[in-house]
Design a protein around this ligand. Structure first.
Ligand SMILES: [Zn+2]
Length: 445
């Protein structure tokens, strides 16, 4: 009898231990429990449709193996989201409407920033995080006042009102404090204006102001305004070393925000996947996919170490109607794209500013071009219109690589959702872009 009681006691203690560890594991993989989530890193690849995430896998493929190796994104795929807006005019979204849906949980019209169809302000997850005393940050390769970051930090009727958005970043307080601690990206033109110098005002309120990679890495203050270009940053493939990458900015933001004992909310946007896709520029798209992948890896590596961080990555919509393979050709030659060392835009502006056509093409495209291809660019150059030159160079690369495009606008298909960390499986399967905010508001509750 005594032996039986002892045996039951031992089994009970073993059981309780295994139960607690199971709970802990559940927690870590995020199936249950909000309290365990201190930080949220929300990454948005603007325009990053499924054809781009697949194309990027081809682009990164190791040709020495038969297998198509996974990218950093692959292991974290949990499902897809719908992206449609609530707009009488359009059923394909723009970045403003989709970002507002992801930031506030409410669908709205194209062009709206943080407001609904009745022009009522909508609280964002960034503002809710600030209410909780958390650190908050916005990072982008576009102007930091552009559609996606603006939807998390401002409220205006029309996304073009970028001066008003910049003003809102400073003037709109939460519990008497500035609502955004870290702002890193482009757009100094909207901060240093004739009517107002917001840089001076932020600095007066204790923010550091940095304008290049060196200044950013040699500064660790918790509140920082970093503006690295008048408008958007150069794309990764055109970027010079004093301009930070998206990964540099994401890493710097995380380091600063992680000093807040209550945790943080950070939105990181790979803004220019969309810009390159609008331009049907596959070189630019692959450049910005790589830049975004590196930033994604910075977030995942931090979350793996931290254990209390939910990482979400997705897109606001797809752009360009890109196809891997075109014109009946069952091939897509990423090798062609890899021979191009600057964006067509970059080459076009060199030619437009007087550089020789053949000289510029051979300097930046390590591929023997035909006479016809060179003539195509020469005749575009004679129009003295940089856009024509840019399009001519894109035409060559798209034809040689069999990259197909159906539009220079957005398209309406679902986009992928990737998550990691506690709470990550609350966004699995088929979701809608508003679900992100609903889950994050619940986590912050
Ligand atoms: Zn767009």
């Amino acid at each position: 009898m005594k032996f039986l009681v002892k045996w039951i006691f031992v089994m009970a203690s073993i059981l309780s231990i295994s139960l607690t560890t199971a709970m802990e594991t559940f927690e870590a993989t995020g199936i249950e429990g909000n309290g365990d989530i201190r930080n949220i890193i929300f990454l948005i690849g603007d325009g990053m449709g499924v054809s781009f995430t697949s194309g990027y896998r081809y682009f990164k493929d190791n040709p020495a193996t038969l297998e198509l190796e996974s990218t950093e994104f692959g292991p974290y795929l949990v499902g897809q989201q719908t992206t449609y807006p609530h707009d009488q005019r359009y059923n394909v979204t723009d970045s403003a409407a989709s970002a507002t849906a992801m930031a506030t949980g409410v669908k709205t019209y194209n062009g709206a920033i943080g407001i609904n169809n009745n022009h009522t302000k909508l609280k964002s997850v960034l503002e809710a995080a600030k209410e909780k005393g958390k650190g908050t940050g916005l990072v982008a390769t576009a102007q930091i006042t552009h559609g996606t970051p603006a939807a998390f930090g401002a409220h205006v009727v029309e996304r073009k009102s970028m001066s008003a958005i910049a003003d809102g970043y400073f003037d709109d307080l939460v519990n008497g404090r500035h609502k955004i601690d870290v702002l890193l990206g482009g757009g100094s033109e909207w901060f240093i204006r004739k009517d107002r110098n917001l840089v001076e005002e932020f600095v007066k309120d204790g923010y550091s102001y940095v304008t290049n990679l060196n200044e950013m890495t040699n500064n660790d203050s918790r509140q920082v305004l970093g503006l690295f270009a008048k408008r958007g940053l150069p794309k990764m493939i055109d970027r010079t070393e004093e301009i930070p990458s998206l990964a540099d900015m994401a890493g710097s933001a995380i380091e600063r925000l992680n000093k807040n004992e209550k945790g943080f909310f950070l939105m990181v946007e790979g803004s220019q996947i969309d810009w390159a896709a609008h331009d049907n520029d596959i070189v630019g798209v692959m450049s910005e996919m790589e830049d975004f992948e590196k930033a994604f890896k910075v977030a995942i590596d931090f979350a793996k170490k931290d254990g209390h961080t939910l990482v979400i990555a997705t897109a606001d919509h797809s752009t360009g109607g890109f196809t891997i393979g075109a014109k009946g050709q069952y091939n897509w030659f990423s090798s062609v794209i890899k021979t191009v060392k600057r964006t067509p835009n970059y080459m076009a502006s060199e030619i437009f500013n007087g550089a020789g056509v053949e000289e510029t093409l051979s300097k930046y495209i390590k591929l023997p071009l035909t006479k016809a291809e060179i003539r195509l660019v020469e005749s575009a150059a004679r129009t003295q219109n940089a856009k024509n030159i840019d399009n001519a160079i894109e035409e060559i690369i798209n034809s040689r690589s069999f990259s197909g495009w159906t539009t220079r606008g957005h398209t309406g298909e679902d986009v992928n959702v990737y998550t990691y960390g506690p709470g990550s499986d609350r966004l699995k399967g088929q979701i809608d872009n508003t679900d992100h905010a609903k889950v994050i508001f619940d986590i912050l509750k």
